[in-house]
Every structure is written in structure tokens, then in C-alpha cells.
Design a protein. Structure first.
Length: 430
């Protein structure tokens, strides 16, 4: 599916052909994200990426946006703990020009004092807004609960309100000089390759050089023991966002596929166990959800899983008991063969739905690259999932044991705290 080449400056370019598509997308993925930031500069990589997305210094932010608009294109930024990226999307007929604008933004971004000050103030406002969103707050409390204090993975990848006050343009320019290097990046391009796209890529990026050594603070430092429940106070809300999550121990690709199926069976699709009970049978929630991320480090797979639902505040206690019971039932009984085959088919067949456009394709593969996977990861994962048997799921399900999970509840403590503390101790967060 992907054809790769390496430019003389070390940049890897991987292209996939989508004939007769009017729109193309390119995602430039950098090898260092928030996980390699200095402790007092949390969120600096995100600020850098957004500054780069604002265009090159010679054009200015307004000039860059005007140039992109005239081409019918967009240039956006993203940053996770594992990596950072810029994505350009636009008409295939003008993509050579779009790539040149993208390359200009990478090679000579506007990292002025005024621009960085604007971006940090803007981000500080976004952080305040995120704290008011239960689902976002729950994710932030989760990563803090499973990773050791001081670990970069224990902090939001977008930084905190405090860290935004410490970031200045000089620090951003230093970060740029260290991590924006062609030899540590990959350009993923999806679209109609009937034109001379290879020549366009080389013309745009062959003049790019730079970058220096980056020392990661750590990969992931997990807490040896977990608080069973974390309550995050959001007074007066009428729903409680309940999240069960964990970061598992290293495992094989086969075991990771089995655990993925277990998580998906619990909350990954409309017919999942949690959705059926919480929504259809009990009416506690509009629906449950699940996510499963597996990073590949030194040949082993490191899983991170989340099961979550927004439930009626008055029903928080019963809803939590239902969720815990369904998790225990899967651990004890596994998945019957009929249900396993249904879940396999649903998971494998739903994957293409996440990659219908050029932009979605480069986004999915870009995230996988950040997590340490190769460009064959989607096909590899499908093969492992298809081969999973019931006994493998049963063996992998111990990663869902309650002692390995933390439960985060974001809601009104006056309504939910007593119900949550009936059976377990909790760590309350204001």
C-alpha cells in the first residue's frame, strides 16, 4: 500500500496511491512529542507545532492563511506524548504548491516573541475550557493516576495553565532547533499520484536540514500501585463521567490483539456489553465507549485501555457496579466463540471506516508511526485479531483485573461521593 523513499537529507517520504481522488493529504510526523519535554516546559511542543502551522516568517500568519485559502488548502497541527505533526490537505491539482507552503512553514516558521505570547495565552484559555469538560478532565486525571508524578506521561500533552506562563519564544526556538530535523521525520502522503508527486516532494523539502540530539525524559513510568478510585469535583453537573483505565505490562502482538478484542467487546461498538446494559437495559447512559492504544517499544507491545460512559448522576453508584460486574464477568468467563467471532468481524470491518478520506488515512498511519509501528501495522493488527481464539482472550483478560485499573469519576461530589466510597477508598481531586 505504501511506497517509501529517503531523500538525501534523511527525510523519509511514504506515498499511497488513491486514484481519482480530488483531494490529497500530507502529514509530516516528527519523532518527538510531549514525552521528551523538559518538566517545566509542558506543552511547548504543541505551541511549536501551532506556530509552524501559522506559516513561514516571510509571509506572516495572515499571508500564510491567504496563500493557503487561495489554493483551497489547510495546514493544521497536532501533538501527542509520542510525537507531533503537521497536516496539509488540498486539491490534488495544486498539491505541489501546497507542499512548498508546508515546507516553508517547517524550515522558517514565525517564532517571534509576539506570536509565541499569543499562542500561549490562547492555549491557557483552552486549558481552562477543557477543565470544564468532564470527558477531557477524566482523561487527564487518568494519565496522572497511572503514571508516576513528574513523568511527562502523567501530564497533559498540551501542557497546563502554569506551564504556559513559563514558555517564551526563546524556549520554543530552542525546541525547534532540537526536534525539527528531516532525519527524524516521515512525510506520509495519500492521494492521486498520477502527477509527478515524487518531484514535488523533493522540490519542496530537499533544502531542509537541521535538528539535534533529543534525550527523552522517559518512555512511560507507571505507578507500582494505583488508587482504586479518583473523584474529580465538578459541582452541579447532572451527569458523572465514569472512566475505567489501565496501562498494561509488556506483551506480545498476539496477546495485545486478544486484549483489544476484550476491550472492544466491553465498550467498543453499539452492541457491546457495557452499552447494552448501561443504555438499553438500565437507561443510565446514552452509551459507553472504549479506546485501546498499543505502543511498540523495543519489540514489545505496551497497551493502554479505557472504558468510559457518561451516566446520570443519581445513578452513578448502580452504573459503576454494573461496569465492574461486566468487567469481572469477562475476566471469569471470557468471550463465547459466537460473540468472539462477531466482535472480530465488527472490529476488522470497522477499521476501513476510519480511513475513508486522504486526511483520515495519513492521520491513522501517522499516529501509528508515533506509537512505534511500521506502515504495515493496520494489516498486521487485522491478521492477529483474526487469529485470536477464546483461550487467548481469557488469558489476556487478566489485564482488566480491578487491581490493574483505576476508576475516575468526574462529577458533583455532593451527589456521587458517598455511593462511590461505599466499597472502596478514593483519592479526591478538587
Amino acid at each position: 500500500m505504501w511506497e517509501s523513499d529517503t531523500l538525501p537529507n534523511g527525510l523519509t517520504a511514504a506515498l499511497t496511491n488513491l486514484p481519482r481522488r480530488g483531494m490529497m493529504a500530507a502529514r509530516l510526523v516528527f519523532g518527538h512529542g510531549a514525552g521528551s519535554e523538559n518538566p517545566d516546559e509542558g506543552g511547548i511542543t504543541r505551541i511549536l507545532m501551532h506556530a509552524m502551522a501559522g506559516g513561514p516568517s516571510v509571509r506572516g500568519t495572515n499571508g500564510s492563511f491567504d496563500a493557503l485559502e487561495q489554493l483551497g488548502a489547510t495546514l493544521t497541527a497536532d501533538c501527542t506524548h509520542d510525537g507531533a505533526s503537521l497536516t496539509a490537505v488540498g486539491p490534488a491539482a495544486r498539491f505541489g504548491e501546497i507542499l512548498r507552503l508546508m515546507a516553508e512553514a517547517v524550515m522558517a516558521p514565525a517564532l517571534t516573541d509576539a506570536e509565541i505570547k499569543r499562542l500561549t495565552l490562547q492555549r491557557a484559555g483552552e486549558i481552562r475550557s477543557e477543565r470544564a469538560r468532564p470527558e477531557v478532565r477524566a482523561r487527564h486525571e487518568f494519565i496522572g493516576a497511572v503514571h508516576l508524578p513528574g513523568s511527562n506521561y502523567a501530564r497533559p500533552s498540551g501542557g497546563t495553565h502554569e506551564s504556559m506562563t513559563l514558555i517564551d519564544a526563546a524556549a520554543v526556538r530552542k525546541r525547534y532547533a532540537r526536534i525539527v530535523a528531516p532525519q527524524d521525520a516521515i512525510l506520509l502522503l495519500a492521494g492521486d499520484l498520477s502527477g509527478d508527486v515524487d518531484a514535488d516532494v523533493r522540490a519542496a523539502f530537499s533544502g531542509w536540514s537541521g535538528g539535534g540530539p533529543v534525550t527523552h525524559a522517559e518512555v512511560r513510568e507507571l505507578r507500582p500501585t494505583l488508587e482504586p478510585i479518583v473523584i474529580s469535583s465538578l459541582p452541579s453537573v447532572t451527569q458523572t463521567h465514569v472512566l475505567y483505565g489501565g496501562a498494561g505490562e509488556p506483551m506480545t502482538a498476539r496477546a495485545a490483539a486478544a486484549l483489544h478484542l476484550a476491550v472492544y467487546a466491553l465498550g467498543g461498538w453499539f452492541g457491546s456489553r457495557l452499552n447494552t446494559v448501561l443504555r438499553e437495559e438500565k437507561g443510565y447512559s446514552y452509551g459507553a465507549a472504549a479506546s485501546f492504544v498499543v505502543r511498540k517499544v523495543s519489540g514489545v507491545y505496551l497497551p493502554e485501555l479505557i472504558l468510559e460512559a457518561a451516566v446520570d448522576s443519581a445513578s452513578t453508584g448502580p452504573a459503576v457496579r454494573v461496569m465492574a460486574a461486566e468487567i469481572e464477568r469477562l475476566i471469569d468467563d471470557g468471550l463465547p466463540s459466537g460473540e468472539l467471532e462477531t466482535v472480530k468481524e465488527c472490529l476488522i470491518r470497522s477499521t476501513p471506516l476510519t480511513m475513508q478520506t486522504s486526511e483520515q488515512i495519513v492521520s491513522v498511519y501517522g499516529r501509528l508511526h508515533e506509537q512505534g509501528h511500521g506502515l504495515d501495522r493496520v494489516e498486521e493488527a487485522a491478521r492477529h485479531i483474526a487469529a485470536v481464539e477464546t483461550d487467548v482472550v481469557q488469558a489476556a483478560a487478566h489485564h482488566l483485573d480491578r487491581a490493574r485499573l483505576v476508576m475516575v469519576a468526574v462529577g458533583d461530589p455532593a451527589v456521587i461521593k458517598t455511593a462511590l466510597l461505599e466499597n472502596e477508598a478514593a483519592h479526591a481531586i478538587d
